[in-house]
Design a protein around this ligand. Structure first.
Ligand SMILES: NC(=O)C1=CN([C@@H]2O[C@H](COP(=O)(O)OP(=O)(O)OC[C@H]3O[C@@H](n4cnc5c(N)ncnc54)[C@H](O)[C@@H]3O)[C@@H](O)[C@H]2O)C=CC1
Ligand SMILES: O=C(O)[C@H]1O[C@H](OP(=O)(O)OP(=O)(O)OC[C@H]2O[C@@H](n3ccc(=O)[nH]c3=O)[C@H](O)[C@@H]2O)[C@H](O)[C@@H](O)[C@@H]1O
Length: 663
């Protein structure tokens, strides 16, 4: 960690400020759905006393943003003048936090911060009204294990209960919580009330103009920064949560100075490291929290204010503080190095396949992972990495290197992407080759579209590339099934694949694995959903494995009986314990949550259009074999099925990095 270098704190040059002229007009947004007051509470068998406290939403200090209709804002489109003249306030501790961007990162991160900081009001705002409406509903726009529970506690509040713990006579009080997480489109209100503002907007790769195809597009960060500049109160801390090129914090600072030359704001970098599919677990137990700040006294002070938000649940030793540029760079490099490991093992899988001597990439990974210097993570060979971030962040890093005239360095990182393209390309080529070089008249089933299991995110899915390559061969039909993704999201991504209309017409998104495999000649497994392993080989998810091993040690809740109440972390532990003891009670073992509205049967949400994981209908490969056409191929792009078992059922099977099929 290097604290020696401090950032340039000099005044903004006129040429820079000219790039950010204020624009003017205002946009009204629909008011967000309100928080409903609970009218019934269901105490669980563990609840001893359920005092008739008033529901939390009516408690004093309700954090709802003030319903000032004049202050709705569509981003950089507000006509109001900057709110103050010369001001400088040093914030002691945050009471109000705003997240700009209610996406895959903003929503879950805000929810977990609110969960562990019940006294802080967290407003999550977005320009996307539909997304905000979903966050205010029972079916969230993002599927993540455990997320709904955290959102229900924070968004809806909880009831006060007392529980009698095993081996203790005195009941322990679990206090009621007022709602402290609010989702709305009232951007200006939320920004102007906040002590800390997290910018958590999208930063995709530019598609046009200078740097198209490689440079990160930070225009959403610019827009969000302008909104902050115009409306934030003096002394509020601006946190760059989005993954951005090095120097973006300085750009934000320039925008702030341009609009508010007499006000001092600190801009921090606080990149997010969560992985989709395990977002809540990652946020609850992060390996590290990285905070980058300028190394001035006020920069360091701002970092300490943000640090206090995290120390509500993260051990201080896990919070790493560095300068802003190091923090920005570390995020890009972390993703690049994770992707590099996947490309490395995928390159090895190509050697295993080509050699044909029986070398198995999974054995190689096992052997490598036992070396403590290498570790076992990110050594799963497959059809390649997908998702919205690895590719864009490597491109951004490579672009930075190229701009610095470090062509060899740039090429080094781009090679990670080249291997990834090669891997998915050779998978598709294998499918075509094994099916005698032609897919005409054949139906291909695609099991899995999400870029990984446990998420409904379809962005930059590997499946779309494979479907494009296969689609060009004009099969009779490509039937796509994913248990977690919304059919519309899959269709939207497939539309962007570059296939012509005739080819697109042959692609069907179906609602079950049976529909997908019926009459198919081949099945391609492209996402590692555990349902695809099959009945016999179904394995518990990584998370459940972790919980099971914990439960072997029995119930170990440690708390100080003198304390009046439990922390949220302790409540979670208690709930996990009860959930294990009383099967079926996992959702709300203590009965402290508000009941959820049941959606109207005709509503989109009831139909599952938001992509919530369908009932865990595990693939029955015996049944599949009976439904498929000869020669019944399974191309397992994620090494999830049991090859020997499937061969025994009469399938021809190919995994990744397992050598050519020998059956
Ligand atoms: N998806 C992931 O797992 C991770 C993403 N990141 C980074 O976090 C950032 C956000 O990523 P996601 O959450 O996946 O993106 P996303 O696209 O799901 O969400 C971004 C949201 O920001 C909103 N938005 C855009 N401009 C706005 C503005 N001016 N005011 C209010 N809202 C605005 C959009 O409507 C959208 O809902 C990106 O930089 C990404 O690289 C970092 C770690 C993990
Ligand atoms: O910045 C981000 O967006 C995030 O990117 C990744 O998270 P994510 O893309 O959500 O998911 P990963 O678990 O990293 O998987 C990415 C892709 O790699 C693939 N993968 C992963 C691991 C592996 O061993 N092999 C492999 O092919 C997955 O199937 C998936 O397609 C990083 O793991 C996060 O730390 C980071 O915060």
């Amino acid at each position: 960690m290097n604290h020696q270098h401090s950032e340039s704190e000099g005044p903004t040059s006129p040429s820079t400020t000219q790039e950010f002229p204020p624009r003017s007009h205002s946009t009204d947004s629909a008011p967000s759905p309100g928080i409903e007051t609970p009218n019934s509470w269901k105490p669980s068998p563990w609840t001893q006393h359920s005092p008739a406290t008033t529901p939390p939403s009516s408690e004093s200090g309700s954090p709802e943003t003030k319903p000032d209709a004049s202050s709705h804002d569509g981003g950089d489109t507000c006509s109001t003048e900057p709110r103050d003249s010369t001001e400088s306030h040093e914030l002691g501790e945050a009471k109000n936090i705003c997240f700009l961007g209610a996406g895959f990162v903003g929503g879950p991160t805000a929810a977990v911060i609110a969960y562990h900081n019940p006294e802080i009001t967290v407003n999550v705002v977005d320009l996307d009204e539909a997304r905000i409406a979903a966050w205010n509903s029972r079916l969230l726009p993002i599927h993540e294990q455990g997320l709904l529970k955290v959102v229900r506690v924070t968004r809806d509040g909880t009831h006060e209960i007392s529980v009698v713990l095993p081996g203790r006579s005195a009941p322990v009080r679990i206090r009621a919580r007022r709602p402290n997480l609010l989702f709305s489109t009232r951007v200006v209100d939320a920004v102007s009330e906040a002590d800390i503002i997290f910018i958590c907007v999208n930063t995709p790769t530019k598609t046009q103009g200078v740097g198209a195809g490689s440079m990160a597009d930070v225009s959403a960060v610019e827009t969000a920064s302008r909104t902050v500049a115009k409306h934030a109160k003096a002394g509020s801390i601006v946190v760059e949560k989005s993954t951005v090129p090095c120097g973006t914090a300085r750009m934000i600072q320039d925008i702030l100075r341009y609009h508010r030359p007499d006000t001092t704001f600190e801009v921090l970098s606080n990149p997010e490291f969560l992985s989709e599919g395990t977002a809540v677990e990652n946020l609850m137990h992060p390996d590290r929290i990285l905070i980058g700040s300028s190394q001035t006294p006020s920069g360091l002070h701002a970092a300490s204010v943000l640090k206090r938000v995290y120390t509500a649940w993260v051990p201080a030793a896990r919070i790493v503080t560095v300068n802003t540029f190091s923090s920005e760079l570390a995020k890009l490099v972390a993703n690049a190095m994770l992707a590099q490991r996947i490309s490395s093992i995928n390159a090895v899988s190509a050697i295993c396949d080509a050699m044909g001597l029986g070398a198995d990439v999974e054995d190689v990974s096992l052997a490598l992972g036992r070396d403590r210097r290498l570790g076992p993570s990110f050594l799963e060979a497959g059809v390649g990495f997908g998702g919205s971030c690895f590719e864009k962040d490597i491109l951004s890093l490579a672009y930075l290197a190229r701009e610095l005239h470090l062509d060899v360095v740039s090429d080094y990182w781009l090679a990670v992407l080249r291997i990834n393209e090669h891997q998915r390309g050779r998978f598709a080529r294998d499918v075509v080759r094994e099916l005698n070089g032609s897919l005409r008249g054949k139906k291909i089933a695609v099991l899995g579209f999400a870029f990984k299991d446990g998420t409904n995110d379809t962005r930059n899915s590997i499946a779309v590339h494979v479907i494009r390559d296969i689609g060009e061969e004009m099969p009779r039909e490509i039937a796509v099934f994913d248990p977690g993704c919304a059919a519309d999201d899959i269709r939207d991504e497939v539309q962007k694949s570059g296939l012509g209309q005739t080819q697109l017409d042959r692609i069907k998104v179906v609602a079950s694995w049976r529909e997908a495999v019926r009459e198919a000649t081949a099945v391609c497994v492209l996402t590692q959903w555990k349902q695809f392993r099959g009945r016999q080989a179904a394995q518990p998810a990584r998370l459940s494995r972790a919980l099971r091993s914990k439960s072997r040690h029995g119930f170990s809740l440690r708390f100080d009986p003198r304390l009046d109440g439990l922390t949220e972390m302790q409540v979670r532990e208690l709930e996990e314990h009860i959930g294990r003891e009383i099967p079926g009670s996992e959702e709300d073992p203590l009965g402290r949550l508000q009941p959820l509205d049941v959606p109207n049967e005709d509503s989109d949400q009831a139909k599952g259009s938001s992509g919530h994981v369908a009932a865990e209908d595990v693939v029955d490969w015996v049944e599949a074999a009976a439904m498929m056409q000869e020669p019944r191929w399974v191309f397992d792009g994620r090494n999830v099925v049991n090859l020997t078992e499937l061969q025994g059922l009469g399938f021809r099977v190919r995994g990744v990095g397992k050598g050519p099929w020998m059956g």
